[in-house]
Design a protein around this ligand. Structure first.
Ligand SMILES: Nc1ncnc2c1ncn2[C@@H]1O[C@H](COP(=O)(O)OP(=O)(O)OP(=O)(O)O)[C@@H](O)[C@H]1O
Ligand SMILES: [Mg+2]
Length: 292
């Protein structure tokens, strides 16, 4: 599957290539960690490659957006707005009772063939979340997935202000969650990024330092051994091939193709440095046990 690159330098490798197309991805953090910069960097990366962008902001007007981009040294945003490739909407949460009804149409109008959607931030929309609204978030996410690949930012302190159940909903519903933190001491680990989850993909498990640079944006620092942990290992193809041969010989007709497919999938995504020998033994014992 072709992944959607985030355009956050150093991050895509750790995400196993990037986001899943048609997914909703949360970026979580307290004020000042760089959520807005993340959103802008993500959307410009797509725009610079011919995609369309829709940016929903509770804070920024179109003008503010352009000036925010200029602050970072990113001058191309204005042209994309003029050419209707990028739509920036400032939306007041108070006016938005129903996410789907009020936002989806607005987003859809800015969409083209390949779309990057940013909601910065989703928190005000879910603050007064009752059961009805909570259901609304699920439906909203479902519709977003049809429209493109989205980033929603979430304010972190909000999680501790009671109503955890409600505020956890977007996190539970998101296909991936990235947490940015600013601990504010020590040079290297002052700002850190962690991939909390990434559905259907291997991802880096570490806590990675990142920095924000004018001109570049967010840059994540991962060591070679961090990167090695998420790279599929080719050196075990022999072990997988042996297991496939056993399946070919011993599996009943109706299971053969299914099991071979599993082994092939596993072979191309095996990221662990240990040999898969034991794992394959368990697999064969369980899948073929009844038929020996
Ligand atoms: N031009 C710049 N060069 C270097 N660092 C910058 C620049 N602009 C912003 N930053 C850094 O990024 C931080 C703000 O990032 P951003 O606005 O994306 O945060 P945020 O998470 O969206 O915050 P909020 O929750 O308040 O909206 C600043 O505190 C600063 O440390
Ligand atoms: Mg912000």
């Amino acid at each position: 599957m072709k992944k959607v690159k985030t355009g956050i330098y150093g991050l895509d490798t750790l995400l196993g290539g990037g986001y899943r197309p048609g997914s909703v991805n949360a970026v979580l953090g307290t004020t000042g960690v760089g959520k807005t910069i993340y959103g802008i960097q993500y959307i410009l990366y797509g725009l610079n490659r011919g995609e369309n962008g829709v940016y929903i902001s509770v804070e920024m007007t179109e003008e503010d957006f352009i000036s925010e981009c200029e602050q970072m040294g990113w001058k191309e945003a204005e042209t994309y707005i003029e050419n209707n490739k990028l739509t920036v909407h400032q939306v007041y949460a108070e006016d938005t009772v129903f996410l789907v009804k009020d936002l989806i149409g607005m987003i859809e109008r800015g969409c083209g063939e390949k779309n990057r959607i940013v909601i910065d931030s989703l928190t005000p929309f879910i603050f007064r979340s009752d059961t009805k609204r909570r259901k609304g978030i699920a439906e909203f996410f479902r519709k977003l997935r049809y429209l493109g690949t989205s980033v929603v930012t979430l304010e972190e302190p909000f999680l501790n202000t009671g109503g955890f159940e409600n505020s956890a909903v977007p996190i539970l519903l998101s296909d991936s969650v990235i947490r940015l933190q600013n601990v504010g001491y020590g040079e290297l680990f002052s700002r850190t990024l962690r991939i909390v989850k990434h559905r259907g993909s291997h991802h880096g498990e570490g806590i990675y330092p990142y920095y924000i640079e004018r001109g570049l944006g967010i840059v994540v620092e991962a060591s070679e051994s961090d990167i090695k942990q998420v790279m599929p290992k080719k050196e075990y193809s022999k072990e997988f091939k042996q297991a496939i041969d056993i399946v070919k010989k011993k599996a009943p007709e109706n299971l053969r193709e299914i099991l071979i497919n599993r082994l092939e999938e596993s072979s191309t995504s095996w990221v662990r440095s240990e040999s898969p020998e034991d794992t394959l033994k368990y697999f064969l014992e369980s899948e073929l046990g009844d038929h020996e």
